[in-house]
Design a protein around this ligand. Structure first.
Ligand code: FE2
Ligand code: FE2
Length: 490
């Protein structure tokens, strides 16, 4: 009888037991809220996935699988209508359904961004993020893990950066995932997906990532817009997208081959080839066929970067002083018109827009920006934010400055053929002159000296260079495709 003694005061409540199921239950916890706070904290501090392993799973694995598993079940029932082999003719309807759901999820995310003290709100009311979290989980699988390789693409795991790196770097021999989803049908467990389905997942993910990343810049708008800039929740969302996306991007690079290169020679050869490349089919279209409305469409998409250009370079300027650092500062100063607004490169872009009576506000044409262009910006945010990727970023900027003039010559040729005013093409002319110089500075005074300073890691310069080229070409093709489509729809 003794063990039951403490329960004696509860005896009068026994008749109420049958009513227990009718009592209100606490709200369902959102996935993150079930994860111990210290795990989230360690994860967010960017600790090694290896060093903080719990049992067989790392903290990253636990968080990510927790997040995805929690969403999986409910998603099947109430979010996305999955296309399948037997429903090919319904693909358009499915695609529209998916677009609507991704759009709705993005709207929900925008509301979350605007909430005062988002992390606390989510603790109290986890259901306010459920639709977004389901779409996030679904889109990551649709965009990056929809082929045979799935998430076990690189089981060896260590990656070329070795232990201590969060981003999984795939083995170069791994099969390429569905990088060309927009061009062909992709396969998932024997079923065919319409290419556009993955397009929407990519678009959703890059837009969400950009909405988080853009909080690193100041937009001279309402200060309350930055209320969640250090939100733990937003950091986790960003990390989750980046981890899957970066693995997917890196699987498209032959990393093992890059590691065997004579880096200085490789950079010199690449830069000389990219100064004056052969005209691609897209370049020819721009030069010879693009109409004036196509040119305006091009400006609208280009304004996404053109009106804030150079912004991310700021993140790598602080720190120890040397010739390399001073060269990077010199590039930034020129991009920023040496502190005079009238000479700032973004001002030249705004003048081109104004010449056509177009919107000169940054992000004014955000909805027109293809995901491939957003990916370039997001990749840039990542490589400038992480000092571990300093070499990759410098390699990327070297390509960007070296290859700029050739691309701008195409746009200039189009503007001249169309008989446009000087102001409507001033940005291109300016860059053909200045970027030639910037390219030389970046190669001779930043990339090559870095290769000497970091002989064991120097190949990362080439990785950054090549990746910028690959992603830039992909974005360029997407822009031309968008210009062509806009022409067809007018
Ligand atoms: Fe510039
Ligand atoms: Fe430049």
């Amino acid at each position: 009888m003794l063990p039951l003694l403490p329960l004696l005061p509860l005896l009068p409540l026994l008749p109420l037991l049958p009513l227990l199921p009718l009592l209100p239950l606490p709200p369902a916890k959102r996935p993150f809220s079930c994860v111990p706070l210290d795990l989230i904290f360690l994860y967010n501090q960017g600790k090694s996935t290896e060093s903080y392993s719990c049992g067989k799973l790392s903290i990253r694995d636990k968080l990510i699988s927790h997040f995805s598993n929690a969403n999986e079940d409910s998603m099947q029932s109430n979010l996305v209508i999955f296309p399948n082999a037997g429903a090919a003719k319904k693909s358009k309807q499915t695609e529209e359904g998916t677009i609507t759901k991704y759009d709705r999820a993005e709207e929900q995310f925008i509301e979350l961004l605007a909430m005062e003290d988002l992390d606390h709100q989510l603790d109290v009311k986890p259901e306010i993020a459920i639709e977004f979290e389901q779409a996030l989980s679904r889109s990551i699988r649709a965009a990056y893990k929809n082929d045979r390789s799935d998430e076990k693409l690189h089981p060896q795991g260590d990656g070329v950066f070795g232990h201590g790196e969060e981003l999984p770097i795939p083995n170069a021999q791994c099969p390429m995932p569905q990088a060309a989803g927009r061009l062909s049908l992709s396969t998932h467990k024997g079923m065919e997906f319409p290419a556009a389905f993955d397009e929407q997942a990519h678009r959703f993910l890059q837009r969400i990532l950009y909405r988080i990343n853009r909080l690193k810049l100041f937009w001279y708008d309402d200060l309350r817009h930055y209320t969640n800039e250090r939100s733990l929740y937003l950091s986790l969302c960003r990390d989750q997208i980046e981890a899957a996306w970066q693995q997917w991007e890196l699987a498209q690079m032959d990393v093992a081959a890059l590691q065997q290169l004579d880096v200085k020679q490789a950079l010199i050869e690449r830069a000389s080839a990219d100064l004056d490349p052969l005209l691609s089919e897209s370049s020819r279209y721009i030069r010879e066929e693009m109409t004036e409305s196509g040119y305006r469409h091009l400006l609208a998409i280009g304004s996404f970067d053109g009106l804030v250009e150079g912004s991310r370079l700021c993140y790598v300027l602080g720190g120890a002083a040397n010739e390399m650092q001073c060269t990077l500062v010199r590039v930034l100063l020129e991009e920023y018109g040496n502190g005079r607004l009238s000479r700032k490169h973004s001002t030249f872009f705004a003048q081109m827009l104004a010449e056509f009576g177009m919107n000169t506000e940054p992000e004014g044409y955000f909805d027109l920006v293809p995901w491939e262009v957003l990916a370039c910006a997001n990749h840039n945010f990542l490589t400038t934010d992480r000092k571990r990727y300093f070499l990759r970023y410098c390699g990327a900027l070297t390509y960007f400055e070296v290859a700029g003039p050739a691309a701008y010559k195409n746009y200039l040729a189009a503007a001249q053929r169309l008989g446009l005013s000087e102001a409507a093409m001033g940005y291109w002319e300016l860059h053909i002159r200045e970027d030639e110089r910037h390219g030389r500075w970046m190669l001779d005074d930043v990339a090559l000296p870095l290769a000497e300073r970091y002989p064991n890691d120097a190949w990362e310069l080439v990785l950054g260079y090549d990746q910028e080229k690959l992603m830039g070409d992909r974005a360029g093709s997407a822009v031309v495709r968008s210009v062509r489509e806009a022409k067809q729809s007018t």
